[in-house]
Every structure is written in structure tokens, then in C-alpha cells.
Write a protein that binds this ligand. Structure first.
Ligand code: SF4
Ligand code: ZN
Ligand code: ZN
Length: 319
């Protein structure tokens, strides 16, 4: 029997990059510790703040909500959860009830915002129109841009000081590599534990950024947290290739993902001078903050013959 390197109990996980074995209790404690350290060292959340967490129902976002729930209790912070329903049949309709169930169990206020309500069409419908119009854009482009925009709007309307997402170490290193490959300096610059853009944007935070995906999954499993484990039917393309490449790199050379992250964090302060700053103004069509006349969401929607509706996303029922 393999034993935990810290307490001698039965090991459930081999942390190859550190050369140690961990039992269930030590793994849970380690994830909790790293989560708190990321928040404290980077001042991601200040006492008394209102934090919105994006919860899809998947393991990372649900684990993030549970960890934030514990953290916020001790810091007099308020936590509110937002789920974006993109409208992906057989996928989001299955993960959404899990997000809701977890929020209810924790007693966290939960809001669902749908693509259909905000844009007049589901992602499934948009993908069909995009194919008919030969836009050449893949589903993740629509999904990513539109979801980020709705999350920001919802968090802002809910009066959140921070918007937390469940990005883990694997997600962050994939994003770093992708932006290198695409030579996208502005997007690269936006990565990091926290990003506070311009007026109209709620500062985004990633408290799981230094925790490998496997450890987040094990944390959820060992804590008995109900999560949705399916893979999105649209997941494909270069993202998957970069993910596979990084996994094989990590398997042959443990600690590679952390090294990529550390190197990026070293470089990041020097990027500022190379990234042009700009003034945020209101999008001509929807009013959301943007640096151009039209925001990226409206640009994509117009290409599909759709329009973002100018309205509030969050309806608070009178008490
Ligand atoms: Fe959206 Fe692409 Fe993620 Fe699916 S894989 S949820 S389409 S970004
Ligand atoms: Zn142990
Ligand atoms: Zn717009």
C-alpha cells in the first residue's frame, strides 16, 4: 500500500511534479490551502466584498463555488452565483440543474442568464446559421465571446466587486500557449490570477489557477460534490491539440505546466509597455463597454443577423 508522504495514511494520489503521495485528507487540505493562498497573495478578494462566481455545473466551477462559499463566510463577503445557459442541447441542459442544486445546497443566491433571452437564439441555433452563412467561425468563438460578455453584464448588474471563474492550472497554461501560438499580446496580457480592466468591466479573478485539473477533480470527488462530467459536443480544434500537447509534456516532464505558468508570471509585468492602452466607451448597439464602435459580441451577432437586446439581465423578484 502506498502511504501519504505527510501523514502516513493510505495514499490516493501521486503528485508527480512534487514527488509526493497524498491521502484524501491531505489532498483536500492542500487544495484548500492553495486556493486561499492564491486569494491572499494576489489580494483577489477584500473583506466585505460581493463576489459573483460563474458556475456551469462542471467540476471546476462547482468546486470553486464550494471553496468560495467557505472563504466568504470567514471574510464577511457575499457570494452570488451566475450560470450562463448558452443553449447546448444534451450538455448545458444537463449541467445547469447541477449548478442550481449545488447553489441551493450552499444557500448561495443563483441567477441563470440565457443566450436565447439575451440574444434571441441559442448557441445551437447560432451554429446552424453560422454554417449556412459560411462565417468560418467555430462554435467556441461565439460561445466564448458572448458568454464572457453576459457574465460581465450579469455580475455588474448584481453589484459584484469581483467575478470569479473556475479556471485551473491546465486552463491557464493552455491559454498562455494558445496566445503565444496566435501571437495575441493583448489577450496574453489579460491572463493572470486577477484582471481589472476598464470601467464597465467587473474585475475577474481565478483562484484555482495554481491547482492542476486532476486535483480539482479529485477534490470534488473526495468531498462528495455533485458535478457534471460530460464534455461539450463542440469542443474541438486547436484548444484540444494544445491540451493534449501539454498533457503529454507534463507526463514526460513533470512540473512543465507550473514552469510555463511561473515563466509567464515573470514576463507579465514587462508586457504592459507593449500592450496599447485604450479608453472604454459604450458599444453603439448594446451599450456594453468596448474600445471600438461595436463590441465584439454585437459584431458576431450582426454576422448572424441577430441583435443583442438592450435590457437588464437580472430580474430581482420583489420581496
Ligand atoms: Fe462553449 Fe466551446 Fe466550451 Fe463548448 S467547448 S462550452 S462551445 S467554449
Ligand atoms: Zn495524508
Ligand atoms: Zn455591443
Amino acid at each position: 500500500m502506498l502511504r501519504c508522504s505527510f501523514c502516513g495514511r493510505r495514499a490516493v494520489y501521486h503528485r508527480r511534479y512534487a514527488g509526493v503521495f497524498l491521502c484524501d485528507r491531505c489532498l483536500i487540505k492542500s487544495v484548500e490551502r492553495r486556493f486561499r493562498r492564491a486569494i491572499n497573495e494576489n489580494k483577489l478578494i477584500l473583506p466585505g466584498e460581493r463576489v459573483a462566481v460563474a458556475v456551469s455545473g462542471g467540476k471546476d466551477s462547482v468546486a470553486c463555488m464550494h471553496l468560495l462559499h467557505d472563504y466568504c463566510r470567514g471574510k464577511r463577503c457575499e457570494l452570488v452565483a451566475i450560470t450562463i445557459d448558452e443553449g447546448i442541447k444534451g450538455y448545458r441542459d444537463e449541467s445547469l440543474p447541477i449548478a442550481r442544486e449545488n447553489a441551493e445546497m450552499l444557500g448561495v443566491e443563483h441567477h441563470v442568464v440565457s443566450f436565447r433571452e439575451a440574444f434571441g437564439a441559442t448557441l445551437d441555433e447560432m451554429v446552424k446559421v453560422a454554417a449556412q452563412r459560411s462565417t468560418g467561425l467555430n462554435p467556441c468563438t461565439y460561445c466564448g465571446v458572448l458568454r464572457r460578455s453576459l457574465l460581465n453584464q450579469a455580475a455588474r448588474e448584481l453589484g459584484a466587486d469581483r467575478l470569479a471563474t473556475g479556471h485551473n492550472l491546465d486552463d491557464e497554461t493552455q491559454a498562455i500557449m494558445l496566445n503565444y501560438i496566435r501571437a495575441d499580446l493583448s489577450r496574453l496580457y489579460r491572463l493572470g490570477p486577477g484582471y481589472s480592466p476598464r470601467q464597465g468591466f467587473v474585475p475577474r479573478i481565478k483562484p484555482l489557477r495554481e491547482i492542476p485539473e486532476k486535483e480539482v477533480a479529485l477534490f470534488a470527488l473526495l468531498k462528495g460534490i455533485k458535478v457534471h462530467l460530460a464534455v461539450c459536443p463542440y469542443a474541438s480544434g486547436i484548444h484540444m491539440e494544445v491540451r493534449d500537447f501539454l498533457n503529454s509534456l507534463e507526463s514526460n516532464h513533470p512540473n512543465s505546466k507550473f514552469m510555463i505558468l511561473r515563466m509567464f508570471d515573470e514576463i507579465k509585468p514587462h508586457l504592459e509597455a507593449a500592450v496599447p492602452g485604450f479608453e472604454a466607451r459604450g458599444c453603439e448597439s448594446c451599450g456594453e463597454p468596448t474600445s471600438s464602435t461595436l463590441c465584439k459580441s454585437c459584431e458576431l451577432l450582426q454576422g448572424l443577423g441577430l441583435m443583442r437586446r438592450r435590457k437588464n439581465l437580472i430580474f430581482v423578484e420583489p420581496s
